[in-house]
Design a binder for this molecule. Structure first.
Ligand SMILES: [Zn+2]
Length: 279
């Protein structure tokens, strides 16, 4: 089956709405010049990373998929973006934290066998993962974002993936360490924006629609998990031909999975009840 389009989902972990709009000058430049559209999106509750990852890809709440903290993890039961794209005959790629492999392929994560795999049967056709084992306040154990962007680009070029996701914890880790209103974070956001900017036009030229977003926000004290605009709200930038809602529309994170499937031309499973935000 030929899908309608190809799409890359870029998730920068833990960036609040305010920091997207004031510090990501390249993304904002593309909004200003008309190449991209941006909306505010609100994370599920709890606005905790693992819970958000599972909701981003299944389109159901944590209360339904059951990933209720970073510590309680298993292979989720609901259909997700990987499973549905593969079922439709598309090839998927993941360059992410290992939790994504656990939720959508197999749990627990086997350090040697799962760090990298190519499995034509899917659901994740080409997976490249990192675990951040030993992560803490002083030693952040985060790969460079440029390495992750390059790996995703390699999967596009070498394997012709139809759908790819990249997820990086760099800014979430910086936020837990420094908070979100300080000089190191200003600089870290600018660096992430610049690294992304070097790759984004190449992905567009290769025929991919691109979404850039976060899993949740984060406060000035570096916290998230609860119910608060700073903890829950972030930007979603969209590069593509789909028609979106008015710019002041608040999007729901549960809309992301069915929207991606709709853009790809993949049937949306009936577990994903939220309305796609792109036509
Ligand atoms: Zn997170």
């Amino acid at each position: 089956m030929i899908l309608h389009t190809k799409l890359l989902l870029i998730i920068l972990d833990g960036v609040p709405w305010r920091n997207w709009r004031r510090l990501f000058g390249n993304l904002e430049g593309w909004v200003q010049s008309g190449e991209a559209q941006v909306w505010k999106m609100r994370a599920v509750l709890p606005s905790t990373s693992a819970c958000c990852y599972a909701s981003i890809h299944t389109g159901v709440t944590p209360q339904v998929h059951g990933i209720l903290s970073n510590e309680v993890r298993f292979r989720v039961a609901q259909p997700d973006v990987f499973s549905e794209v593969t079922k439709a005959g598309g090839k998927t790629g993941a360059v992410t934290h290992s939790y994504w492999s656990e939720f959508f392929n197999r749990h627990p994560f086997d350090l040697v066998n799962d760090i990298e795999y190519d499995e034509p049967g899917g659901p994740i056709t080409h997976g490249r993962f990192h675990t951040m084992t030993g992560y803490g306040h002083d030693n952040q154990m985060t790969p460079s974002d440029v390495d992750l962007f390059a790996t995703l680009t390699m999967l596009c070029q070498r394997h012709g993936i139809d759908y790819g996701i990249l997820h990086t914890c760099t800014l979430d880790s910086m936020g837990h360490r420094f908070g979100h209103d300080n000089t190191p974070m200003d600089h870290a956001c600018a660096v992430a924006d610049a690294m992304l900017a070097a790759f984004l036009p190449k992905w567009r030229a290769a025929g991919y629609e691109v979404m850039v977003t976060a899993d949740h926000g984060q406060t000035d004290r570096g916290h998230h998990g609860g119910r608060e605009d700073l903890q829950q709200d972030f930007a979603l930038y969209y590069f593509g031909e789909g028609k979106g809602p008015k710019e002041d529309t608040l999007l729901d994170q549960l809309q992301l999975a069915p929207t991606i499937l709709k853009r790809l031309g993949v049937p949306v499973p009936n577990t994903m009840k939220a309305k796609p935000f792109l036509a």
